[in-house]
Design a protein around this ligand. Structure first.
Ligand code: AFP
Length: 314
């Protein structure tokens, strides 16, 4: 080992090695690695933008795309180069984009930069990816083979699951994703809640559920970024995130394909559950790209309790 290599790197298990040891199939390993590397490029773009979400001028004075659009461009191009992706569906695109020649194995969904309204405040934001083995217009349970998210915070971390547990990696100063936690498992019951939506817009049964959590002493943890909020539930080993049905938008706010399915996949792998209040998120059939769903996701006790409250008297 040369000088300047941190101990963290010297004794670390990096992403590629961990996936190989975990028995993740080769093409899927290479695809996940490629996406994790893309996170570094998106992070560089966030730095370059200097917290401006709208189009900005780069160091050469050239006009740049908005941060969301450029993150999407970076992701799309990298996936195309990988050679493993047939179709790409992105929160930033109106339609599915054909990336391959029709024989590639994977279909990828992306929210390339989720929580972009938090960029100016310097709160954590993220990238969310779903990987499917067949058309995305299906049930997640039938089509998904892997999911991952990247958190751009004080550190860049990446959590992935390829159906063999949920694992967290930290991007170290040598630019390697090194394993920090393997087989993360949620406790049966947590102590934090992360509630989206204004209470005055929520249905009565949901408000009763929130009051129950508060009476039980759950601590409020809501940043307005889905990635850091879910990451908190996962890393603290439990609790609940919810963005419920609202009176004026019964399908809630968050998008099934780009946000909910990947997080449901990961949280289930960590022993938690994810439902729309009645049905498991991974059992909901995707009909269109824009489809939204209410969400209750986290440790088993709180999500089942939410379902009890929602079912009461109906
Ligand atoms: P932006 O990408 O527009 O910032 O939206 C973020 C988001 O989709 C998700 O990351 C948050 O959980 C949710 O919206 C926050 O919504 P509220 O602003 O209504 O709390």
């Amino acid at each position: 080992m040369g000088e300047g290599i941190s101990d963290y790197t010297r004794f670390a298990v990096d992403l590629r090695r961990q996936m190989w040891m975990a028995g993740v199939e080769e093409e899927l390993r290479r695809l996940i690695w490629q996406i994790a590397v893309t996170g570094k490029y998106i992070s560089a773009k966030i730095h370059e933008s200097n917290r401006k979400l709208a189009g900005f001028k780069n160091v050469y004075g050239e006009e740049q795309l908005s941060l969301d659009r450029s993150s999407d461009e970076i992701m799309k191009n990298q996936l195309q180069f990988s050679g493993f992706v047939r179709e790409y569906a992105s929160e930033e695109q109106d339609a599915v984009v054909m990336l391959g020649k029709g024989r590639e194995k994977y279909f990828v969904t992306a929210d390339p930069l989720d929580g972009s309204s938090l960029v100016d405040t310097n709160l954590a934001i993220g990238t969310i990816i779903g990987i499917h083995k067949e058309s995305i217009f299906s049930r997640g349970r039938d089509s998904m083979v892997a999911a991952l998210y990247i958190t751009y915070g004080p550190l860049i971390t990446m959590v992935y699951s390829a159906g063999k547990g949920a694992h967290e990696f930290v991007l170290n100063r040598e630019g390697e994703y090194v394993l920090s936690q393997e087989h993360i498992m949620l406790e049966e019951r947590g102590s934090i809640y992360s509630p989206g939506g204004l209470r005055k817009d929520c249905i009565e049964k949901h408000v009763r559920f929130l009051e129950y959590l508060e009476a039980e002493g759950y601590k409020l943890r809501y940043s307005g970024g889905f990635v850091p909020d879910i990451n908190q539930v996962l890393i603290k080993r439990g609790g609940i995130f919810t963005y419920p049905a609202l009176k004026k938008s019964p399908r809630g706010k968050l998008r099934l394909l780009f946000e909910l399915q990947p997080m449901a996949f990961i949280i289930e792998q960590a022993g938690g559950i994810a439902t729309d209040g009645k049905e498991e998120i991974l059992s909901v059939r995707v009909e269109d790209l824009e489809q939204r769903c209410p969400i209750y996701i986290g440790s088993r006790f709180e999500v089942e309790k939410a379902m009890e409250f929602l079912a009461a008297g109906s």
